[in-house]
Design a binder for this molecule. Structure first.
Ligand code: C5P
Length: 413
């Protein structure tokens, strides 16, 4: 039936307006073949009812730690055990704090403390709460414990603010559940969790951007995001706390990485700035250089006057903006240079112009198949003019070698 056939998901629904999307998530998980059992926090019940969760999941929804009927039927320890993965959606700031601190005042938090299953959280909260150092600290503790994170996305929020904080979409969460179950044991308990970048925060941009022309059309490019995502995965495997800011791609979230999804270059810049400070920033995204100068709310109609003119305006250069920052510049800033001719000469010019410390240059002319392909041949060019050329390698291997190089180059935390 689906990619989650025969799997059992325990869905902890937290209190927040995004709880209504958790109901849709139940449906999406079941469509993919999972059975879903729900636990609702008290806050969640202000937004959705246990009855709705029960009706959609086809199983009783659980709410109380000291419910005698519940304990006789399935105790909280069995709830924490009888599943293949636990998903927390929406994960509020309060839920994150409880999880990070090991507090267990209610059924949801008790189950989360008692479980040894892989956990995926889908944070959803006000922008300022998300960006608060306390929340970011809690998040770092949780990812360090091996908890997987999906979202939050950048976008308009219920309070008409814009920024990171919107819960990931149900299908994105279901994709992340698939990725979580594919990787098996929680990250923290896996033997290959390295220490090369332990204690470091690494920020990666990846994928293309989509620049809207009207509500249904956009400008884009052929970037798949494979190289950027591979770098995020390799850095997390090397023990870093990783924030991946991704344009629209069809890849699963790398395990143990905080993923922020954006569409446009301007949203990507806002997300990067929100994710700082970082020890290392790797700008692997293929950001659109231009966007349509105007954007209307209505679809542009075909008419007798012929095709409309498409006037373009420049997008912010995210790499250059961050690399030229006077304050809060990550100590190691890495750019990419995708070129079709004179790869090295262009990359040398770019390193000075952009103000970064290292450029990873590659040939993306049609013959190489790099754009969208699984292999990459890169040259590393340093600010001092140094040049190192690697053979054609799988993008995963390029990522591992690059992470090892970043660990050498980054100043001690
Ligand atoms: O100028 P060019 O697009 O070739 O530079 C490529 C590098 O600059 C990449 O690291 C890319 O992620 C970054 N970039 C950016 N913002 C832009 C354009 C490129 O961060 N608007």
């Amino acid at each position: 039936m689906g990619a989650l056939d025969g799997t059992r998901v325990l869905l902890v629904i937290g209190g927040g307006i995004a709880a209504y999307k958790a109901l849709d998530l139940i449906r999406r998980l079941r469509e993919r073949g999972a059975s879903v059992r729900c636990v609702l926090t008290k806050g969640a019940q202000e937004f959705v009812t246990p009855l709705a969760a029960a009706a959609l999941s086809g199983q009783r929804a659980h709410t109380d730690l000291f419910d005698r009927a519940d304990e006789a039927d399935i105790g909280h320890i069995r709830l924490a055990r009888d599943a293949d993965a636990v998903v927390v959606a929406p994960a509020t700031a309060n839920t994150l704090a409880r999880m990070a601190g090991g507090h267990a005042p209610d059924l949801a938090s008790t189950v989360l403390l008692a479980t040894t299953l892989p956990i995926l959280i889908a944070p959803a909260m006000n922008v300022r709460m998300w960006l608060h150092p306390a929340t970011q600290r809690n998040l770092a503790l949780l990812t360090g414990d091996g908890v997987a994170v999906v979202g939050p996305n950048v976008g308009r929020m219920a309070e008409a603010e814009t920024g990171p904080g919107r819960m990931a979409e149900p299908d994105e969460i279901a994709d992340a559940v698939e990725a979580l179950l594919a990787r098996g044991a929680p990250l923290a308990s896996r033997p290959d969790r390295g220490t090369l970048l332990a204690g470091r925060h690494l920020l990666v941009t990846s994928g293309p951007t989509h620049e809207p022309i009207d509500p249904v059309r956009y400008l884009a490019n052929r970037s798949s995001g494979k190289q950027g995502h591979a770098i995020a995965a390799a850095a997390a495997a090397a023990g870093a706390r990783v924030t991946l800011i991704s344009g629209p791609v069809t890849l699963a979230d790398p395990p143990g990485v905080t993923v922020m999804r954006i569409e446009t270059a301007r949203e990507m810049l806002a997300a990067v700035e929100a994710a700082l400070p970082a020890d290392i920033a790797v700008f692997a995204a293929a950001v659109a250089d231009w966007r349509p100068a105007t954007f209307g709310d209505e679809k542009i109609k075909k008419g007798p006057e012929g095709p409309p003119p498409l006037a373009l305006t420049e997008n912010p250069d995210i790499l250059a903006t961050i690399a030229h920052r006077q304050q809060g510049r990550p100590p190691l800033v890495v750019g990419f240079a995708a070129e079709t001719t004179d790869v090295i000469a262009h990359a040398r010019a770019k390193i000075a112009r952009k103000g970064c410390d290292l450029i990873v240059a590659n040939d993306v002319s049609a013959a190489t198949g790099v754009m969208g392909g699984d292999r990459n041949a890169v040259h590393l060019i340093g600010r001092d003019g140094s040049l190192e050329s690697w053979p054609t390698l799988a993008k995963d291997e390029v990522a591992r070698r690059l992470v090892a190089r970043l660990a050498e180059l980054a100043p001690s935390p």
